[in-house]
Write a protein that binds this ligand. Structure first.
Ligand SMILES: [Zn+2]
Length: 301
């Protein structure tokens, strides 16, 4: 009788433990950090997995701090996927703490270091998605990692990846064609923060910005006056504001140029570190890149 009760107690305990493990580790739940990462992952895993993207449209990832609900979601998820290279700088400690218990995939791990833009001895420019080839390497690494975690869906992931790879190739051709319509001397992109160096490097565009690569620091006065000199001398027709960064500083540049007789205009808003909202024409990675190229070419031609 006693041993029967013991078996029953162990059984209840085991059931409770299993139930707990299921609750706190949903095998089909994937957490992504930015909308740009989330969109690619969605294309690879389809509807077979539950994806939760922590940062919404128009959110600046450099200054984003995890909310309690984000921490909870990461605790429940089986896989966490990030962009990497310290783009999600304020969440680094969290990823470090979770690295032994969760599958953490970083897009940047799929990229050859020689293709990255170095900022200093310890860090790289994180805005890698603006080079379609480079982002494609990140997507490949993400797909390979997911295939190892979920081998039963490996063929399904491969099929979806191949479709996306083709779309990336077509997108790259389209960008090159559009940029080539801009006269060489006008292939200059000026924005508020330095997010477009990979874009510039990949498609032959000179990139200038007021703020550094991260939006954490405010632009200095010297940066503003250097930029104004450049814009006036080169007669650059337009500068751009960014969806996830304040436009205050770029407006100061406009006023300074006007004082020196150069009528500079705002060419439009570029999507930098986040996709547009669900109703916008930039709510997927492919559409966002296309939209930026369109905005840029329209203003510089
Ligand atoms: Zn940025």
């Amino acid at each position: 009788m006693k041993s029967g009760l013991l078996i029953l107690a162990i059984g209840i305990l085991m059931f409770a433990c299993k139930w707990d493990a299921q609750k706190y580790n949903s095998p089909k739940m994937i957490v992504c950090t930015t909308t740009i990462v989330g969109d690619i992952v969605k294309n690879i895993v389809g509807n077979r997995y539950e994806i939760k993207t922590l940062m919404g449209a128009g959110v600046d990832p450099h200054i984003y701090e995890a909310k309690p609900s984000d921490v909870r979601a990461m605790g429940e998820a089986n896989v966490i996927i990030l962009s990497g290279l310290h783009l999600e700088g304020k969440m680094s400690d969290l990823f470090l703490r979770l690295k032994d218990e969760k599958n953490i995939i970083s897009f940047s791990d799929g990229m050859n270091v020689t293709k990255l833009i170095r900022l200093n001895a310890h860090s790289f420019d994180p805005h890698v998605w603006f080079d379609v080839d480079l982002w494609g390497k990140g997507m490949l690494h993400c797909k390979n990692s997911l295939q190892k975690i979920y081998p039963k869906d490996a063929v399904f992931f491969e099929k979806n990846y191949q479709k996306m790879k083709l779309k990336f190739q077509l997108l790259k051709q389209e960008i090159t064609k559009k940029i080539n319509t801009i006269p060489r001397s006008k292939r200059v992109l000026v924005t508020s923060h330095d997010a477009f160096h990979y874009f510039g490097k990949a498609y032959g565009i000179d990139v200038k910005a007021l703020q550094g690569v991260s939006t954490v620091t405010e632009p200095g006065l010297r940066n503003v006056s250097n930029l104004v000199d450049f814009l006036v001398e080169k007669k650059i027709p337009a500068v751009f504001i960014e969806s996830s960064v304040s436009s205050k500083s770029i407006k100061a540049v406009l006023e300074a140029c006007l004082k020196r007789g150069h009528q500079l205009k705002i060419g439009g808003t570029l999507y930098s570190d986040a996709l547009g909202g669900s109703g916008s024409n930039a709510n997927t990675y492919l559409k966002m890149i296309r939209q930026n190229v369109q905005t840029f070419t329209n203003s510089m031609n």
